[in-house]
Write a protein that binds this ligand. Structure first.
Ligand code: ADP
Ligand code: MG
Length: 393
């Protein structure tokens, strides 16, 4: 990586402002998914071992620039405290005299947590006064919030203008895993793109078509591609205004010698309901009034053969409406194949990651990206402002 990372700087006795992504789901005051907190621990532990004075910062939910007590980071501070066996001092607000005093009094190896940075409107506006306020608390800025790296906010990018800025271990790992898979892959490289809509993934498809050997398209978005081939799709989710684009992308694949695979059969249902009658039909024989909610058995087998011979697979987007058990088979089948494969398997996208979790196969993947939007933008080939802002190596 061409940016400085934690290991490039001397941390002993330094005040370090660490932007994390602690945007975790909370229900009835309890954290229901700790993935992001666990992902942040290597950086926190390293800072502790190297006797830094740690100031943690994050957003939580969407307070829209106002103080919302139910979105306080106190619960997260408590949980981190339990996990590392050390007090995390909770600041009463995001910035202000009391916070500055707390930061000044930190001793080596002590940790404090700022309040939810999105309690202040300047955060999302990337207000430079706020960025300077953050910078004034510390000597070094560490960005480890991969999930927010696609946003130029005061605590993700603005602050980096004012003090030395380095990547934390999570960002470093994400960039390495995603970067190698896409830009320097072991081939054949296969991308599996699914999910609901073509419109969400246009950038991803356009970027990956330049890089992959095979592009597998499944999920709801495959319907638009099948419609582009002239098939009647019944009541399936089809984006009429994207049919022309789908035709262009199919052409591009042909011109670039990239095989674009569409499902040759589909699991169709009469209603958008787990208990609806279903049948498996060839993709050009969707019955009138029925809708495709998963890939079919033949498609699963054909995709599976390509996946098994791949050295690298990048997967973004489920193959069907996996939230309903009867339409989850295609998605879980892919997860199973990736789990068994000896190749590199990279999963990006919030719902795809959730599907792999639900299938109980998360441990078997080479890498599951912790950033939904950020990993999508990375796969689109965009630079992430939170990474761009870091000091060059
Ligand atoms: P990710 O979060 O992994 O990037 P997306 O958000 O793009 O994935 O897509 C996930 C959604 O796509 C899921 O909610 C799933 O139900 C939906 N989906 C998949 N296949 C279909 C389909 N055939 N019809 C309607 N929705 C679908
Ligand atoms: Mg999603």
């Amino acid at each position: 990586m061409n940016k400085l990372t934690l290991k490039d700087v001397n941390l002993e006795g330094k005040k370090v402002f660490v932007r994390m992504d602690f945007n975790v789901p909370i229900k009835d005051g309890k954290i229901t998914d700790e993935t992001r907190i666990k992902g942040a621990l290597p950086t926190i532990k390293y800072l502790l071992e190297h006797k830094a004075r740690i100031i943690l910062a994050s957003h939580l939910g969407r307070p829209k620039g106002e103080v919302k007590p139910e979105l306080s980071l106190q619960v997260v501070a408590n949980r981190i405290s339990e996990l590392i066996g050390k007090e995390v001092q909770m600041a009463p607000e995001v910035v202000g005299d009391k916070v500055s005093e707390m930061a000044r009094s930190l001793q080596n190896g002590e940790i404090m947590m700022l309040e939810n940075v999105r309690f202040l409107p300047g955060e999302e506006k990337n207000d430079d006064k706020l960025a300077k306020g953050f910078a004034s608390l510390a000597d070094i800025f560490v960005n480890d919030a991969f999930g927010t790296a696609h946003r130029a906010h005061a605590s993700t990018a603005g602050i980096a203008k004012h003090i030395q800025a380095v990547a934390g271990f999570l960002i470093e790992k994400e960039l390495k895993m995603l970067g190698e898979a896409v830009n320097n892959p072991k081939r054949p490289l296969v991308a599996i793109i699914g999910g609901a809509k073509v419109s969400d993934k246009i950038g991803v498809i356009e970027n990956l078509i330049e890089k992959v050997d095979t592009l597998i398209i499944g999920g709801g978005m495959a319907n638009t591609f099948l419609a582009a081939k002239g098939f009647e799709m019944g009541e399936s989710l089809v984006e009429k205004d994207k049919i022309e684009l789908a035709k262009t992308l199919i052409e591009q694949g042909i011109n670039k010698n990239v095989e674009i695979m569409l499902p040759s059969d589909l699991l169709v249902a009469e209603k958008f309901d787990n208990d609806s009658p279903t049948q498996v039909v060839p993709s050009n024989q969707v019955p009138k009034g029925w809708m495709a909610l998963d890939i079919g058995t033949k498609a699963a087998k054909e995709f599976g053969e390509v996946i098994q011979s791949a050295k690298t697979v990048v997967w973004n987007g489920p193959m069907g409406v996996f939230e309903m058990n009867n339409f989850a088979k295609g998605t879980f089948g892919i997860a199973e194949l990736l789990a068994q494969s000896n190749g590199i398997s990279i999963v990006g996208g919030g719902d795809s990651a959730a599907a792999v979790e639900k299938a109980g196969l998360a441990e078997k993947m080479t890498h599951i990206s912790t950033g939904g939007g950020a990993s999508l933008e990375f796969l689109e080939g965009k630079t992430l402002p939170g990474v761009e802002a870091l000091s060059d190596n």
